[in-house]
Design a binder for this molecule. Structure first.
Ligand code: ADP
Ligand code: ZN
Length: 531
């Protein structure tokens, strides 16, 4: 790498062709690479699969010295380095998985100027020994991958990243490039600030993935819905099914296998050998389905993933976008399918409230969840909603390739229904000092004399039986949409419903509440027939 003399544009293109075997740069790659090769700092916002790696690998090859790549994905470093070595790139890594001798060897190569790229885990840069090592050889570029991990407001914060500001202080003349696939404007600003990259040029690629069809269906019998979706639209295709818990990962994988779909589980509770075996089968085979927790997929580079399915609600829009972004990297039509129900909301709130983290952390987690709910319940184009969330202009008001565009949801005036739900919550709270979950509220509205209704005398409430005009599923839909619109909140271990600051506007009839109609037919087949 050190022998590049004239740092011209063609060096970058020549390296692209000679080393990586690609014909041309994609999108903003060339502008980014030129800027960094010339010594400039860059903050790069590019969706998963957009081709971020080349943005620092090529400058590292073209500029003299070793490119230092900071990445939190320790588990992938070996693979990344192996892949680079197979291309003839002199790459190495230093992280906690190595023994002393292995590390010494990499250090020696670095000091001898024999490495083009050195991958480091972020916690390494907290060690004086590492900083001292790095100061003893020439560095061509610092790349900070997954840079959103520095953002405390983000969904993936890693305290070790805060130490990375030291890089700019100690190596003011070495260009830095921070890369991320998941950044709202606020996260973007935090990256710039915390990494002290005020003079960096910003590159923002479009987050639109036009070949991915986004669909979100009401959850009813999720495993069956998934099976129908796979059989009708993705028979024999490779894909990823995300579940929240290890237990549901196992159960879902078994269920799919029993029903003739080749599926393997993947979660952190499996031993490393099994995980590695399942991952490499997924990469090698054509039609394997991996059922996984979010532990799976970070950095997985399989171009022909035809679908990503979520059986549980992701914690944030960033997470959803990143996970669904693993579909269709080859640009061919792919599906992002999700089944989502009220129980997801209750469960996630519970997790937030019982989880670790201080009050600010919980508030943040709650606002991420709210944004996710808004995406689920929106009656507008999903793609438009996603792009707006990431601070980008949608190309058109309707994309024509998401469920809300393909089968525009019918809307109805849910104001009266909303008032009924909210006044039931108010009555229970004000008259009885009680809080209940959705099940009890719906039973009261429907006028059901269940044991629990009798036990609490809820058949004596004036609101008892005032909601016979809607079905149970429809009432649940009303509650979900109230939650998504912030007109109702759910709290505590039992998922009890409580009022919010804005509930009063509905109760006082100061506003209308438009709602999406619940589909009558089973969601999976309805969506399928629409395409
Ligand atoms: P990201 O890190 O942004 O998710 P990667 O750097 O892993 O994306 O790139 C995604 C895929 O696209 C990889 O298979 C990569 O080799 C390929 N790729 C990147 N740039 C180009 C290009 N200019 N031409 C062809 N393929 C490319
Ligand atoms: Zn759309």
């Amino acid at each position: 790498s050190a022998d590049a003399v004239g740092l011209t544009e063609s060096d970058a293109v020549a390296t692209l062709r000679r080393v990586f075997g690609y014909e041309a740069f994609r999108g903003e790659q060339e502008a980014i690479i030129d800027h960094v090769v010339a010594g400039g700092d860059a903050v790069v916002l590019m969706p998963t699969g957009g081709g971020k790696s080349l943005c620092y690998q090529i400058p590292a090859l073209v500029r003299p010295g070793t490119g230092v790549v900071v990445s939190p994905l320790i588990a992938l470093m070996q693979d990344q380095v192996d892949a680079l070595r197979a291309l003839g790139v002199r790459a190495g890594f230093i992280n906690s998985t190595q023994d002393f001798d292995e590390r010494r060897m990499v250090e020696a190569e670095f000091l001898a100027g024999e490495l083009d790229l050195l991958y480091l885990a972020p916690e390494r840069l907290r060690l004086d020994a590492t900083l001292e090592l790095l100061s003893r050889a020439k560095i061509s570029v610092f790349a900070i991958d997954e840079a959103h991990c520095v953002a405390q407001w983000g969904h993936d914060f890693r305290p070790d990243y805060l130490a990375l500001s030291v890089v700019g202080e100690r190596w003011p003349d070495v260009p830095r490039i921070a890369l991320t696939a998941t950044a709202t404007r606020a996260t973007h600003q935090e990256i710039t600030q915390r990494l002290d990259m005020r003079n960096a040029r910003h590159f923002e690629a479009s987050f639109d993935r036009p070949n991915i069809q986004y669909r979100i269906v009401p959850k009813d019998d999720p495993k069956r819905q998934l099976l129908a979706f796979l059989r009708e639209e993705h028979a024999g295709d490779a894909g990823i099914v995300y579940c929240l818990s290890r237990n549901s990962v196992e159960k879902t994988a078994e269920f799919l296998c029993r029903n003739g779909i080749e599926a393997v589980p993947y979660h952190a509770g499996l031993d490393a050998g099994t995980r590695a075996a399942h991952q490499s089968r997924f990469l090698r085979e054509e039609g394997l389905v991996v059922v996984a927790t979010i532990a799976f997929g970070m950095g997985i580079d399989k171009p022909d993933v035809r679908f990503v399915a979520h059986l549980d609600l992701p914690k944030s829009v960033e997470g959803y976008y990143q996970e669904t972004g693993r579909a269709g990297r080859d640009g061919l039509p792919s599906t992002a399918w999700m089944a989502y129900g009220l129980q997801d909301v209750v469960q996630q709130r519970k997790l937030i409230q019982s989880g670790e983290g201080d009050e600010a952390f919980r508030r943040r987690a709650a606002s991420h969840l709210d944004a996710m709910l808004a995406l689920c319940e929106t009656a507008r184009c999903r793609r438009g909603q996603l792009l707006t969330y990431f601070g980008q202009e949608p190309g058109a008001p309707a994309c024509g390739n998401c469920d809300t565009c393909l089968t525009p949801p019918e809307t109805w005036d849910g104001t009266v229904a909303a008032q009924k739900v909210l006044s039931t919550v108010v009555r229970l709270q004000r008259e009885r000092g009680q809080k209940f979950g959705t099940g009890q509220i719906v039973d009261i509205l429907l006028g059901r004399r269940t044991a629990k209704v009798i036990q609490f005398d809820h058949d004596q409430l004036s609101v008892f039986g005032i909601g016979q005009e809607l079905s149970e599923a429809e009432w649940r839909g009303v509650v979900r949409q109230l939650l998504a619109q912030g007109l109702l909140a759910v709290e505590g271990e039992y998922g009890t419903l409580v009022l919010t600051d804005t509930s009063g506007t509905v109760l006082r009839r100061e506003r209308e509440v438009p709602m999406r109609k619940e589909p009558k037919k089973p969601a999976a087949s309805r969506a399928a027939s629409a395409v």
